[in-house]
Design a protein around this ligand. Structure first.
Ligand code: C2E
Ligand code: MG
Ligand code: MG
Length: 748
């Protein structure tokens, strides 16, 4: 229909009057039929019909009056009045449609529409209205109607411009209808131009746009999207910014150029021109101010969005620091001591690694919700990174209040979280720090203190609260220096292994060694109890642990080759959970075995019970592969962890090392005796090997012997000794007759 409209309108322009009239009639008929079809089959909102019918009725009336206007002058006036009413009803209809399609940038679209409407008004005035005003060709009433109709046309143009500049989606019906109305506006202009005595526009030219307009409106009513013409436009699309800029600029420049180039004819003309230009200028200025403001607002909201965490919508680190700074500043004038809680979700990495990042995200969102619900309205919750949240309460006054707040937050974790993947319990470690009035503290400092306290809470076993005090900072800085030095310790050859013999007391033979790491720094030795946990946490344990295995096996090979120990002597190396989670660990072990030419069953890997607790599946798969190589696994410090018997059965274990706390009181404490007896009975029933650790005196050794535990290590037998001291230590131990009368010599 739209294409037919273009064709008919073009034809209309070239053919002579009688055919042109038939074409006009055909286009009118096409519109009529389309409207009927639309009403019957497409069924637009019934609200449109009064407008459509009124417009059709007034147009037909106008045409009829116009066709017979030779008869009387009055009919001429009636014709002009009818076209005025068409325009009037059209405006009301358009207002309804446009109001639903203003989109998000309504003010901008309206303002640009106003500028275009005003610009058009100036042109219409200078070119059409003023020259035809009072030239005596028609009655003054008729001229008034015609002038008013043209004036209304500029309002129609304003509405069309607004409609097209808005960022709401334009449906096909809207585009076709809008184009149709625009075509009729062009027709109006050409028709009015014809009334100027100095312009001659043929009716075949001035009617062609009407023909096109009729067809386009007909097409618009035949398209299914006509159903939504009065519905609010929902979707957004990119506003036509460039077209908008060009059109608005033209609407500004053209009128100014025209007004400058032509002289005002009389006082009325001058007044109209001046008022129009002033109003136009005012509209432009308003638009510019509005634009600048909108820009500033958009920028501010972008900035804000950049400071909110995208997952939880909570303030991020930089915004939280600002809030804390503000709270500290405000507290100077009052008794208040703002509290900062540093909250770290316990074992979040495990959740992420074992259940996936989606679950991790769900947990974080749930935590964010819990925290926000747990705190008072004055407190602010933020997420500053990964699993770290911060709560700021600017209104606390005493440390009791601060701790109460922290307890409330910790309580929020007690209940399980219902996630898509099922129920889950999550705990948190909370560090508490307060800004005291008598010291100058930056937001960063306060946050760091809370962070430090949080680490103390983690050290204390997680799921608890720690209140900051100054001694913590010292610990942290010491820890930090250990951490950095540890990174370089391996390169600087500051690490070495010492070896503690494991003796079979019954036969008096050193059956193996446990390799223990030592770190000698410039300022003395660092205890493994201090640096091993840091190495585990930072991951440094992976390279240094690999080094330890190779180094220990290399030395064992040397001792076997030089006859210091028997060829079946074993080497025990401690392995941390982190190493078992390293995908290269199995190949590291097998390479060390092949380089040292030590049989796999001469290597014992000592793991603690904690391995079975955190991420058991990952550790299990590494251990299984190692065991299939022939390597053997010992549970170290048995009895001090939380291993369940079922896990014990599930893990491929060949040895249990009884922790020294049980050995310690063995000689005189019945409880310890029955405990060790139970452990040994259990190990025997599972066919596990047993070694007692930390044997420091003969009574302990005797008690162990009575319980049928013959393998032991401890200060009584030998302290861990350096590599060089191993041969003499072994010789001394094996020549010492007191271990057993049953000494049978070295097994081959
Ligand atoms: P562990 O594996 O249970 O090692 C036994 C610890 O007890 C060693 O402490 C040893 O020196 C000490 N010890 C031995 N006999 C006696 C005794 O009769 N009485 C007392 N009171 N203590 C005794 P050390 O060398 O300080 O190592 C502490 C822990 O550090 C080890 O406990 C082990 O868990 C860890 N560790 C040491 N070296 C390594 C290593 O190379 N890798 C890993 N991952 N951990 C290591
Ligand atoms: Mg050990
Ligand atoms: Mg141990």
């Amino acid at each position: 229909m739209a294409l037919a409209g273009v064709g008919v309108a073009t034809t209309h322009f070239f053919v002579d009057n009688s055919i042109a009239d038939s074409l006009y009639l055909a286009a009118t008929a096409a519109l009529g039929i389309s409207l009927v079809i639309s009403a019957l089959f497409i069924r637009p909102d019934p609200k449109v019909w009064p407008f459509v019918l009124a417009i059709v009725a007034f147009s037909v009336a106008g045409q009829l009056f116009d066709a017979s206007y030779d008869l009387t002058e009055n009919l001429h006036v009636l014709s002009d009045a009818s076209f005025f009413l068409v325009q009037f009803v059209l405006i009301i209809g358009l207002v309804i449609v446009v109001s639903q399609r203003l989109g998000h940038d309504a003010k901008g679209a309206l303002a640009d529409g106003v500028i275009i409407g005003l610009g058009a008004w100036v042109l219409v005035w200078v070119w059409l209205l003023q020259p035809t005003f009072g030239d005596g060709s028609s009655s003054s009433l008729s001229t008034a109607f015609r002038g008013a109709t043209l004036g209304l046309s500029t309002i129609v143009l304003f509405l069309l411009a607004t409609l097209f500049f808005s960022d709401a989606v334009k449906t096909t019906s809207v585009v076709l209808g809008g184009a149709g109305i625009a075509a009729t506006l062009l027709g109006d202009v050409l028709f009015s131009a014809n009334l100027r005595s100095d312009v001659d526009v043929s009716s075949s030219l001035s009617d062609a746009p009407y023909v096109l307009g009729l067809c386009l409106v007909a097409a618009s009513f035949l398209h299914p999207t006509i159903r939504d013409i009065t519905a609010p436009a929902t979707h957004r699309q990119d506003p036509p910014l460039l077209t908008r800029l060009i059109t608005t600029t033209l609407a500004l420049v053209l009128p100014i150029a025209v007004i400058t180039a032509t002289d005002a004819r009389d006082t009325t003309d001058r007044v109209v021109r001046t008022v129009s230009i002033v109003v136009l200028a005012a509209a432009v200025i308003t638009r510019v101010i509005q634009s600048v403001r909108d820009n500033a607002k958009a920028q501010a909201s972008l900035l804000r969005a950049a400071r909110l965490d995208s997952l939880t919508g909570l303030p991020n680190r930089s915004l939280m620091l600002e809030h804390i700074t503000q709270a500290i500043q405000d507290s100077w004038k009052s008794k208040r001591q703002p509290t900062v809680l540093f909250i770290d979700v316990d074992r979040f990495k495990n959740i992420n690694d074992s259940l996936g990042h989606m679950t991790g995200d769900d947990v974080l969102s749930a935590v964010a919700k819990r925290l926000t619900n747990a705190v008072t309205a004055t407190a602010i919750v933020g997420r500053i990174s990964g699993d770290e949240f911060v709560v700021l309460d600017p209104a606390t006054e005493t440390s009791t209040e601060a701790v109460l707040l922290a307890e409330k937050v910790l309580d929020a974790f007690r209940e399980h979280m219902a996630l898509r993947q099922g129920d889950m319990f999550v705990s948190a470690s909370i560090g508490v720090a307060m800004a005291e009035n008598d010291e100058e503290l930056s937001a960063e400092d306060l946050l760091r203190r809370a962070d430090t306290a949080m680490y103390r809470a983690k050290d204390a076993g997680r799921n608890c609260i720690a209140l900051y005090d100054d001694s913590m900072l010292e610990r942290v800085s010491q820890r930090l220096s250990v951490e950095t030095a540890l990174y370089r310790a391996l390169d600087r050859r500051e690490l070495r292994l010492v070896h503690q013999p494991i003796l079979d007391v019954e036969i008096g033979i050193v059956i193996g060694f446990e390799a223990l790491m030592r770190w000698t720094r410039d300022d003395g030795d660092v205890s493994p109890a201090e640096f091993i946990p840091i190495a585990e946490e930072t991951g440094t344990i992976v390279p240094i642990g690999s080094w330890a295995i190779l180094d220990a096996l290399t030395h064992l090979r040397r001792w076997i080759d030089s006859g210091v120990v028997g060829s079946q002597t074993t080497m025990s190396v401690n392995v941390s959970p982190r190493q078992l989670h390293d995908p290269n660990f199995v190949s590291v072990v097998s390479e060390a075995l092949s380089r040292s030419r030590i049989a796999a069953d001469q290597l014992w890997l000592e793991v603690t019970e904690s391995v079975m607790m955190t991420e058991p599946e990952q550790a299990l798969s590494s251990l299984r592969r190692l065991v299939s190589l022939g390597v053997r696994v010992a549970i170290d410090d048995f009895g001090t962890g939380y291993s369940s018997l079922s896990l014990l059965q599930k893990f491929p274990i060949q040895r249990i090392k009884i922790d020294r706390v049980f050995v310690n009181n063995l000689a005189d404490d019945h409880n310890s005796q029955s405990l060790v007896r139970t452990i040994i009975a259990m190990a025997e029933s599972l066919s596990l090997d047993i070694v007692a650790e930390g044997v420091e005196n003969r009574e302990q050794l005797r008690a162990l012997s009575l319980l049928r535990c013959h393998k032991a290590q401890g200060y009584l037998i030998s302290h861990p000794v350096s590599v060089d001291a191993v041969p003499s230590t072994v010789a001394h131990l094996e020549n010492h007759s007191e271990w057993s009368a049953l000494r049978r010599g070295r097994p081959s």
